[in-house]
Design a protein around this ligand. Structure first.
Ligand code: SF4
Length: 655
C-alpha cells in the first residue's frame, strides 16, 4: 500500500474520500492551482460559468507563457481577459515575459507537502520541491478553484532508487531519459514515481524538477522527490525558507514496486524523432548535422542549465551552419545570468536570445526549417509539435545541445570536451536569487475585486452548451487512427491555431487537421444529420499534453464516443469532462472490425453503465457486435450522463 512514502503521506493528509488502495477512486483537497494561457482562457470561462465569487484554494496562479506572439488582436485579447479575470477572482497573475509557468511556480510558489493541480501536463515539475503536483484538464482545475476536490484513481507508488554518482557530462536529463528508454511513454500510466536513495543527494531542486517534469512523458500521474536540506537551501535562497517542511519517506516505507538506477553507469542520452522514449546513447547518433539547437522549455532552462551551458560556450563560437537559441525559463533565471555574466557568453558565441516563454516548444515564433534537424533541451518531440510538420526533433541535456551547437552535428560531449579541452563545471546554488517578482501581480482584496470589470475582446467567445448522454447512440465511425495518437495530432498547436483557444467555434475547424484534413467536414455532416461521430483509436490514445481542447473541440463537432485499445490518463479524464464516452475494446483485435464510414449503434447505454455491464457496440454495416469495457468511476459515469463536468457541477448547485 506504499505507506510511509512521501506521496502516500501527502495523499493521506489531503484525502477527502476513498481509500488509498491502488485502483480505488479517491478525492483529494487541492491547495494550489496553476493555469497557463493556452488552457487558462477556457478554464476561466468555465470557472466563471460555475458562479463562484472568489477562488477557494490557498493560492491560484494564472501564467501567460504559451501564446506570446501579438501579431493581431487575438492573443492580446486573451491576455487582457486573463489579467482582468485574475483581478476579479483573487488570483495571482504572471505577466507575459515573466517565464514559463512550471519554472516560475517552482521558484516562487511551490511548497513541500502541498497539492497542486495545473491545467498543463508538466505540472509535476513542482514535484522536485516535494509537492504532489498533478496535471489535469482546465475544467478540473476550474472545479478545484471552485472548491471541488480532485478525483483520481489511487495510483501505484513506484520507488525509483538512485544509487551511485553521476559521471561528468551526465545530468538529470539523462536520468529521466534512461527511465523513458526502459519504460516507454506508456510505462508510467496509473503510477506515481517517487525518487529516493543516496543518488538524490547530488541533485539540486531545479535538477530534480527536470526529472519530475519529464515524468509526464512516462504517462505518470506525477513524480516526486522528498523535501530535505537541499530543498530547504533552495527555498532559503528564494527568500521562502518559511515555506519549508521536512518530508522524507519513513525508513520502513514500502513502495508498490522499485526500480533502481545506478547513476555511475549512465552516459549522455538522446531521444530521437518522434517520441521522447526513442532513447539511445548520444554516441550512436553522432555525426547527424543539426540546423538549429535550442536550450529552454520548462524542462531545462533553470539557472543551473543556463549557467553550465553558458560556461561551456565561453570563448567559443556557434557553428556557422547552426542557429542556436536560448530561452531562459524565467525572468529570475535571465536576471541571474545577466548578473553572473553568462548572458554575455551566449551573446559572444552568436546565440539568439528568446523571450522567457514556451516559444519553440510549441512552434511559437521559432520553428525548424523544412525537413530540418532541431536539437533541443525540451521534453517533447512529437511530429509537427515544433511547428514544422517534417522536422526531426531530438531531445537531450543542455550540455549535449551546446556540444552540437559548437560542432555543427550531434556529438558526445565527452568527445568534444577531450578534443577541445573543455572542463566539466559544477554549478553552485546562489546564496540568494534575484526574486524577479516585478511581473507578478498579487490578488486584490475581496472588496476591490468585486469592482473589477472583466474585459472580453472579440476573440473571447462564450462556451457552447452540451446535452446529456442519450440512452442509445446512433453514429458513424468517422475517423480511424492508429497507436500513440497525441493531443497534438488531435488539436494541433502552432502560431496560427493557438490564438483560437478561447474561441471553440473557430478552433474546432482544425481538429485532426494534419492527420486527416477532411475529418472536420465529415464530422460536421454527421453531427448536423443528428447522429454521433465515433472515433476508433489504437493504444495510448490522447498521450501528451493536458489540452482539453483535444476533447472539447471534437465534442463540439459531435464526437460522443471514442473506442480505443487504451487511453492516456489526462485525455481520458478530459473526454469524460466534456461528455465524450471513452470505451476500450475487450479484445484488442476488434479494432480491425471497423472501416471508415461504418454505421454504429450503441443501445441501452445508460442502463448498462449504471449496472456496470460491458457495452455492446453494433457495427450495423457489417452486422458484428463488439464488446467494450470502460474504466470509469461512479462519479465519472454521473458526469458523462450529465453531458460533462460543467453540467454536473451546475446540477449539483441546483440541488
Ligand atoms: Fe511550455 Fe513546452 Fe513546457 Fe508545455 S512543455 S509548458 S509548451 S515549455
Amino acid at each position: 500500500m506504499a505507506k510511509g512514502t512521501v506521496a502516500y503521506k501527502i495523499l493521506q493528509s489531503h484525502l477527502v474520500s476513498g481509500k488509498l488502495i491502488p485502483g480505488e477512486e479517491i478525492a483529494i483537497k487541492i491547495d494550489q492551482t496553476l493555469t497557463q494561457d493556452a488552457t487558462g482562457t477556457m478554464a476561466y470561462l468555465q470557472f466563471e460559468a460555475m458562479g463562484v465569487d472568489r477562488v477557494k484554494t490557498e493560492l491560484s496562479v494564472s501564467y501567460i507563457d504559451h501564446n506570446m506572439l501579438q501579431t493581431d488582436f487575438k492573443n492580446p485579447d486573451d491576455h487582457k481577459y486573463l489579467m482582468t479575470v485574475a483581478k476579479r477572482y483573487g488570483i495571482y497573475l504572471s505577466k507575459p515575459g515573466n517565464g514559463i509557468c512550471h519554472q516560475v511556480h517552482l521558484e516562487r510558489f511551490a511548497k513541500p507537502g502541498k497539492t497542486l493541480l495545473g491545467s498543463d501536463s508538466h505540472t509535476p515539475t513542482a514535484g522536485g520541491m516535494g509537492m504532489l503536483a498533478i496535471g489535469a484538464g482546465g475544467l478540473d482545475v476550474a472545479a478545484a478553484m471552485a472548491g471541488e476536490p480532485f478525483y483520481l484513481k489511487m495510483p501505484r507508488i513506484v520507488g525509483v532508487k538512485l544509487t551511485g554518482k553521476l559521471p561528468d557530462w551526465v545530468t538529470a536529463k539523462d536520468i529521466i531519459l534512461e527511465l523513458l528508454r526502459r519504460l516507454s511513454v506508456k510505462g508510467g500510466v496509473g503510477k506515481i514515481f517517487e525518487y529516493f536513495g543516496e543518488g538524490i543527494k547530488e541533485l539540486s531542486v531545479p535538477e530534480r524538477a527536470t526529472i519530475t517534469n519529464m515524468g509526464a512523458e512516462l504517462g505518470a500521474t506525477t513524480s516526486i522527490f522528498p523535501s530535505d536540506e537541499i530543498t530547504r537551501a533552495y527555498l532559503r535562497a528564494q527568500g521562502r525558507e518559511h515555506d519549508w517542511i521536512e518530508l522524507l519517506p519513513d525508513p520502513d516505507a514500502e513502495y508498490d514496486e522499485i526500480i533502481e538506477i545506478n547513476l555511475s553507469e549512465l552516459e549522455p542520452l538522446i531521444a530521437c524523432p518522434h517520441s521522447p522514449d526513442n532513447v539511445v546513447p548520444v554516441r550512436e547518433v553522432e555525426g547527424i548535422k543539426v540546423d538549429q539547437v535550442v536550450i529552454g522549455s520548462c524542462t531545462n532552462s533553470s539557472f543551473v542549465d543556463l549557467t553550465r551551458a553558458g560556461k561551456l560556450l565561453e570563448g567559443r563560437k556557434v557553428h556557422p551552419d547552426v542557429i542556436f537559441a536560448v530561452a531562459p525559463g524565467s525572468k529570475q533565471a535571465l536576471e541571474l545570468i545577466t548578473q553572473n555574466g553568462i548572458l554575455l557568453n551566449f551573446l559572444k558565441a552568436g546565440a539568439r536570445i528568446l523571450e522567457s516563454a514556451c516559444g519553440p516548444c510549441i512552434g511559437m515564433g521559432f520553428a525548424p526549417p523544412s525537413g530540418g534537424v532541431s536539437l533541443r533541451s525540451f521534453n517533447r518531440n512529437f511530429e509537427g509539435r515544433s511547428g514544422t510538420p517534417d522536422a526531426k526533433v531530438y531531445l537531450a541535456s543542455p550540455e549535449v545541445c551546446v556540444a552540437a551547437a559548437i560542432a555543427g552535428h550531434i556529438i558526445d560531449p565527452r568527445k568534444l570536451a577531450e578534443k577541445e579541452g573543455i572542463k566539466w563545471i559544477r554549478v553552485e546554488m546562489p546564496e540568494r536569487f534575484p526574486y524577479g517578482d516585478e511581473a507578478i501581480i498579487e490578488p486584490l482584496s475581496e472588496e476591490e475585486a468585486k469592482k473589477v470589470e472583466i474585459y472580453r475582446g472579440p476573440n473571447i467567445k462564450p462556451l457552447p452548451e452540451f446535452d446529456s448522454l442519450p440512452e442509445s447512440i446512433d453514429g458513424v465511425a468517422s475517423l480511424i487512427v492508429g497507436d500513440n495518437i497525441t493531443t497534438d495530432h488531435i488539436m494541433p498547436a502552432g502560431a496560427k491555431i493557438l490564438p483560437l483557444r478561447s474561441n471553440i467555434y473557430a478552433i474546432s475547424e482544425y481538429v485532426y487537421h494534419y492527420v486527416d484534413p477532411e475529418f472536420v467536414s465529415r464530422a460536421k455532416q454527421v453531427r448536423d444529420s443528428g447522429r454521433a461521430n465515433v472515433i476508433i483509436g489504437g493504444e495510448n490514445y490522447g498521450q501528451g499534453s493536458s489540452r482539453e481542447h483535444a476533447a472539447l473541440a471534437p465534442r463540439f463537432l459531435g464526437v460522443r464516443v471514442v473506442i480505443a485499445k487504451s487511453f492516456a490518463r489526462i485525455h481520458h479524464a478530459n473526454l469524460v469532462n466534456f461528455g465524450v464516452l471513452p470505451l476500450e475494446f475487450v479484445d484488442k483485435k476488434d479494432y480491425e472490425k471497423f472501416t471508415l464510414g461504418d454505421e454504429v449503434l450503441i443501445p441501452d447505454l445508460i442502463q448498462r453503465l449504471q449496472e456496470g455491464k460491458e457495452i455492446i457496440v453494433v457495427n450495423k454495416t457489417t452486422g458484428e457486435e463488439i464488446v467494450c469495457k470502460y474504466n470509469l468511476t461512479p462519479k465519472q459515469i454521473s458526469v458523462l450522463m450529465a453531458g460533462g463536468l460543467l453540467n454536473w457541477i451546475k446540477n449539483k448547485q441546483k440541488v
